[in-house]
Design a protein around this ligand. Sequence first.
Ligand code: EPZ
Length: 450
Amino acid sequence: MSAAADGPVRSESIAPSDTITVRGGIPVEGRIAIRGSKNALPKAMVAALLTTEPCRLTNIAEITDIDIVDELIRIAGGSVERDAESVTITAHSFTALPEQDVMRLHNASRIPVLTTAVSLHRTGHAVVAAPGGCSIGPRPVDFHLSVLRSFGARDDHHDDVVELRVDTMRGARIELPFPSVGATEQFLFAAVLAEGDSELANAAIEPEILDLISVLQKMGALISVEPNRTIRVTGVDELGGFEHRVIGDRLEAASWASLALATGGVITVTGVQQQELATFLNVFRRAGGDFTIDADGDTIAFRRARPMLRPLALETDVHPGFMTDWQSPFVTALTQADGVSVIHETVYEDRLGYTEALRSLGAQIQVFTECLGPTRCRFGAANHRHSAVVVGPTRLHGAELVVPDLRAGFSYVIAAAAAEGESLIHGVDLLDRGYADFRSKLSSVGIDHR
Ligand code: EPZ
């Protein structure tokens, strides 16, 4: 299997430090402070490469994706100053990444591909590695390349890299085949300094995208988001520096909430705004959870509100739908629901692989290729196993598991915490990609792990 696009390739020899033993059967209780979003912060760091002025980001989380972008910026000739709270980037110069660094970094994360438009603006040249697949399906970049060609880039495919060149990026009118977060970000990085006006129809409008638009607006960009999810940009000659506090990680918040739901405990989460979790909160309450939210809307106490959870029909979708990254932790909690739940994953073709591991703990889950939801999605006719039926409640027992990607990894911890007995979970280093201080947070909610 090639490298995980949201995590390094699963190495066969897993270091002992990457293994934890979790003793389950105890309801969790505690408080989790959540910081800058894994899927917003690195993109704001890429935006800093569009100017030679200093750019400062606060509320940063110590997650490994920052390290990847930090290294990329230094290789490209920029400076990065970091402390526990903030990161300051100054890209006084920018040189296109050498091919071997592109191959290494593009295989480690989905972020480096986002520097392609930046590299084309600053050097007229860029190299993109054909990314490996990962445990949630192949992670192609065809939408990204199509966006860049629309801005005038000429692409030359050789071996497993794509070389792009352009003299001047000119405004373009584009419609995405699917509201891709990454392709929307690539469009924004291309359009803000392109000559003339640009338009992206069927754009992604996730909170992380809107946070990036706020950053670019602070830099001097002219961007509007229309009611029909079309983004319009008027290119400017240059962009300036910024100071920005990154939005909290709504994906991490939902993961800890799902842990409380599965174990019958109470977890208070701070640092994420209610409106960024609105859809999740409704589904959480329908399943038999409940929550109290303070006046500021950024302290939410999640708990199970009834002895037995309710089964659900759940379909993931792009924003403001139920986020695909909420799916695996939440579905793990549904193994404790009193009845049959039906899940339809419409964003990724292969994001139900973790259910195999849940079965080894005793869960009753069957995966299907049909679209088991109201939407006929892209995967229905393509024979992808992207729907599931979960029969609950099932008593889970300890097992030995290997983490394939960070969201599935968190699901394994949830299942282990809800199970009777001990579970051995290998490869938890992948969780460090999106869950800062993961192990100390487990302890702070009372999970018995070592
Ligand atoms: C971002 O990935 C997030 N990662 C993902 O979070 C998130 O699940 C995803 O957006 C959807 O919200 C980061 O921001 C680093 P996409 P991205 O382009 O941008 C297909 C996590 O766990 N596609 O919106 O890579 C793609 O295969 C991670 O935090 C193409 O076909 O996602 C997928 O089926 C997982 N061609 C769909 O679009 C392309 O060129 C959505 O992908 C690009 C995407």
